[in-house]
Design a protein around this ligand. Structure first.
Ligand code: DAH
Length: 343
């Protein structure tokens, strides 16, 4: 006659220790300890079998309970993370590859604006941002548009009821930068500043007109500055920007803040020529001229000693030319299909 080698109590303890150490909890049901207990049952005298068998069944039931509990625990869902790009309860190996997610990119206007400023800074210009709200003095008066001047109509823009103006051009900064950099002249250095920013117009919006767009203004003042310097500066910039030598020409124009005033045109790069007439050859890109004596006087600069030139150029137009973009409204539409072409 043989007796059980371990009691049910001892068996429970050793099963629990084994269970805790298993990574696959179901393996406990094939434990040697359980097998040993079954073998014991068979070898017991009949009168002991019934009570031993009951205890053994109860223990087995308990062990199965441990397994079920551990499985339920493993399946329990974690909290939902609404900022995660996948269900955070998805097992690691089934999650989408995060690296394939597309990152955002710089807006093409901002990228070009930075490139433009970079070219001018290599030419010795300082960069100053414009502003998106201004007053009548800076937008008009200091630029030689007295009140009631008909040319004010060309700069129709948005105004607040108390007379503040969303500037229609970056020229609104001229008086400020002339004052800010006036010391340069006294120290025998030129004033050379480029001023990029957003500008606003009361426009009928279409493929070439937007109510909100970008310009960069340029101002250069020293002793003995001439139209020749103006042409050389703008030509150098355009050739650098378009990456090829381009012919340029000036045609007469009118601005209250320059005298003489010009429209600066460049020969269209061959790839952007739509026809063969003289008009197809040239592209009017910007307004420019020799700074009017009244504009210099408004900043306390003596026009009998100093002369200078200035220009204002739309950025969207340049970017459209460079990239063959047909509609200016794409820039503000916020459409990813458009923006991703520049990422
Ligand atoms: N402010 C003018 C415009 O938006 C462009 C311009 C013309 C700027 C001549 C200048 C300039 O500085 O000298 O139409």
């Amino acid at each position: 006659m043989s007796t059980p080698t371990i009691s049910i109590e001892q068996a429970r303890e050793s099963l629990k220790t084994e269970f805790d150490s298993l990574s696959d909890k179901k393996q406990i049901l094939r434990s040697k300890t359980l097998e040993g207990l079954m073998a014991n049952l068979k070898s017991l005298p009949n009168e002991e079998k019934a009570s031993y068998g009951r205890d053994l069944n109860a223990l087995k039931g308990e062990v199965i309970g441990w397994v079920n509990a551990s499985e339920a625990e493993a399946q329990e869902l974690g909290p939902i993370d609404v900022t995660a790009p996948f269900d955070s309860n998805t097992p690691e190996n089934m999650r989408p590859a995060l690296l394939s997610t597309k990152l955002g990119s710089k807006h093409p206007i901002m990228a070009e604006l930075e490139y433009i400023v970079d070219i001018f800074s290599r030419m010795g210009f300082e960069a100053v941002e414009s502003r998106q709200i201004d007053d009548d003095y800076h937008m008009f008066e200091s630029l030689n548009f007295p009140e009631g001047h008909p040319a004010r109509d060309d700069y129709d823009t948005f105004m607040t009821t108390d007379g503040l103006i969303a500037p229609a051009h970056t020229s609104t900064m001229q008086n400020r930068v002339l004052r800010q950099f006036k010391d340069n002249l006294e120290n025998g250095k030129p004033i050379a500043v480029v001023i990029p920013d957003r500008v606003f117009r009361n426009e009928d919006v279409d493929v070439t007109h937007e109510h909100t767009f970008h310009q960069f203004e340029g101002v250069y003042i020293d002793k003995g500055v001439t139209v020749g310097n103006l042409i050389a500066t703008l030509k150098t910039f355009m050739s650098e920007y378009f990456g090829q030598d381009l012919k340029a020409k000036l045609q007469p124009f009118y601005f209250p803040f320059t005298e003489p005033s010009f429209e600066f045109a460049i020969e269209r790069p061959a790839s952007l020529r739509k026809g063969t007439t003289e008009a197809d050859m040239w592209l009017e890109l910007l307004g420019c001229g020799m700074i009017h004596p009244n504009v210099l006087k408004a900043a306390d600069i003596d026009p009998t000693i100093y002369t200078g030139f200035a220009w204002g150029c739309g950025i969207e137009r340049l970017v459209m030319m460079k990239n063959n973009i047909e509609d200016i409204r794409h820039f503000q539409a916020g459409k990813l299909d458009f923006l991703r072409q520049f990422s």
